[in-house]
Design a protein around this ligand. Sequence first.
Ligand code: SF4
Length: 394
Amino acid sequence: MPPSDHALLGASSSKRWLNCPPSARLGEGLPDTPSGYAAAGTLAHAIAELKVRKYIEPMSTRSYNSQMKKLKADEHYDKGMDAATDAYLEHIKALAMSYGAVQPFIVPETKVDFSDYVPEGFGTADCIVAAPPRMCVVDYKNGAGVLVEAENNAQMMLYALGALKTYYPIYGDSIQEIHLSIVQPNAGGIREWNTTVEALRKWGETVVKPAAALAWEGKGDFAPGDWCRFCRARAQCSARARQMLELSEAPVAGQPFDGALYTDEQLGGILTRGRALAAWIKDVETYALSAALSGRQIGGYKVVEGRGSRDWAGGADAAFAQLQSRGVAEAMLYERKPVSVAALEKSMGKKEFADTAGDLVIKQPGKPALVPESDPRKPYTPAEAAFEAVTPDG
Ligand code: SF4
């Protein structure tokens, strides 16, 4: 199963509390926003774990099929999970093969304890592959969001510190190298990073321990940053509000607000600020609506009913039966629509879709979008997009 990281200083929230230690206690007791993707992620992790267990443990095909059938009966299952978790299994196999003649120890879904560095610190690593002198820590992410880098990834580094402690009775000091990898098939690939046990422990002592001690005590300096997105206090936090309001008032690249036209370079700065402000206001609006709906008074605001929509009383089937009995032709009641490429691929699964329909698909160029320069996608060029539009999707 995926990490059930409910510790105050959990690994999955470590980027936030390492950067802004008082956020841990400030957000304690505040409601968390449930993610609509959590249930699908939990299921995909369970499928991934079963595949790894089948690879490393004696398991009859009958037992495997029966367990898989139960998982696939889940309402959140979609065939895309098969290809994604296959990619995860292939990565684990490749790591195991990288040890050559040595058969490494492989353990999926293992609880790791990094409380030597973080009070009550624990987490669940998706998979550990180890044989001296190298330990690999693997994470699976099912989401199709932003690709997460493995390099200096605090969550993965804490898992590695925990795994070193957990398996110390077996390996002692014979593990010297650490390999971290994040398998994210739906977000575009695998990210890997190598470090050493020495560097990891130094980071644990000099960076993690002091920040974790402050966070545990609710002390330290508030430091707003992109990690605020995952903070329970993100809507109410005055430190974030101060940063946002200062951002909105500060001159752009030293240009006074004197009516002169901004340069394109300066407008880039406006966009960057505006996006941060828009994300903050969205958080505040979401919070305020939820608070008002629960009966609290948001200064100067009230809740009204939005624009409603009409629906068939008693359901479409019953209403349509009535309408046909009143002489309305069936052809007026139902539309025949072609299924989209994405919908058919989802219902068939990636592989079957590629075999059956791959040669019938062309890629239409996506609508150009403005993104920060740090975005990993290559820049858009109209000529290339036109070429891709007439090339069958391979
Ligand atoms: S919203 Fe940002 S600045 Fe405020 S406590 Fe949370 S992480 Fe820190």
